[in-house]
Design a protein around this ligand. Structure first.
Ligand SMILES: CC(C)(COP(=O)(O)OP(=O)(O)OC[C@H]1O[C@@H](n2cnc3c(N)ncnc32)[C@H](O)[C@@H]1OP(=O)(O)O)[C@@H](O)C(=O)NCCC(=O)NCCS
Length: 155
């Protein structure tokens, strides 16, 4: 374990932490080309995931201070014949990176997914985000050959 990482704990995020979590998501979306920070949408989305029986938001805390987060949501996989989980919103506050919080968060999400019967966890990474790609390589993920497509649904 790295110096200091014993002080960082991960658990389910609390509703009152939504503003701090949204700030972290803004840091993430500022570096992801597909997204733009939008505090109002992020707070609404976090509340929806927290309230969902198929989702959860996790916070890494040092004491009572939120220093990182991720979320997970289950879908049913025909490939696995079981649930699988999408892990999203993985971000650690700049000053706290390199202390093991990212690994703790993703491990926690994986354990949550396993408890819910998931046979796989998956996530998307901006192809230019070299640090994140190296991070997922380091924590045991393998790279996929699938490409992500998206389309806005008009209302
Ligand atoms: C990616 C991120 C979540 C990693 O969090 P972290 O707390 O710094 O990572 P950890 O300290 O838990 O590192 C775990 C492992 O990944 C490696 N790693 C982490 N960041 C890395 C980087 N930028 N380059 C290379 N390796 C990295 C560490 O060396 C460590 O490996 P080791 O245990 O074999 O030494 C963090 O850098 C971050 O918030 N980045 C900005 C947001 C982002 O890109 N999120 C990912 C969205 S898909």
């Amino acid at each position: 374990m790295k110096p200091g990482s014993d002080e960082i704990r991960v658990g389910l995020a609390r509703e009152e932490e939504i503003p701090s979590l949204s700030k972290l998501i803004s840091d993430l979306f500022a570096i992801e080309k597909d997204f733009e920070p939008n505090d109002e949408a992020q707070c609404r989305g976090l509340a929806l995931v927290m309230a969902s029986p198929l989702g959860a938001v996790f916070a890494a805390r040092e004491g009572e201070t939120v220093v990182g987060m991720c979320s997970a949501q289950l879908v049913y996989s025909t490939a696995c014949g079981a649930p699988s989980a999408w892990v999203e919103d993985v971000v650690v506050a700049k000053a706290q990176r390199g202390r093991g919080a990212g690994r703790l968060l993703v491990d926690f999400a994986e354990a949550w997914a396993r408890d819910k019967g998931a046979a796989r966890v998956q996530l998307l990474v901006d192809e230019g985000n070299v640090g994140a790609l190296d991070f997922y390589d380091a924590i045991g993920f393998s790279r996929s050959t699938m490409r992500c497509y998206r389309k806005k649904v008009s209302r």
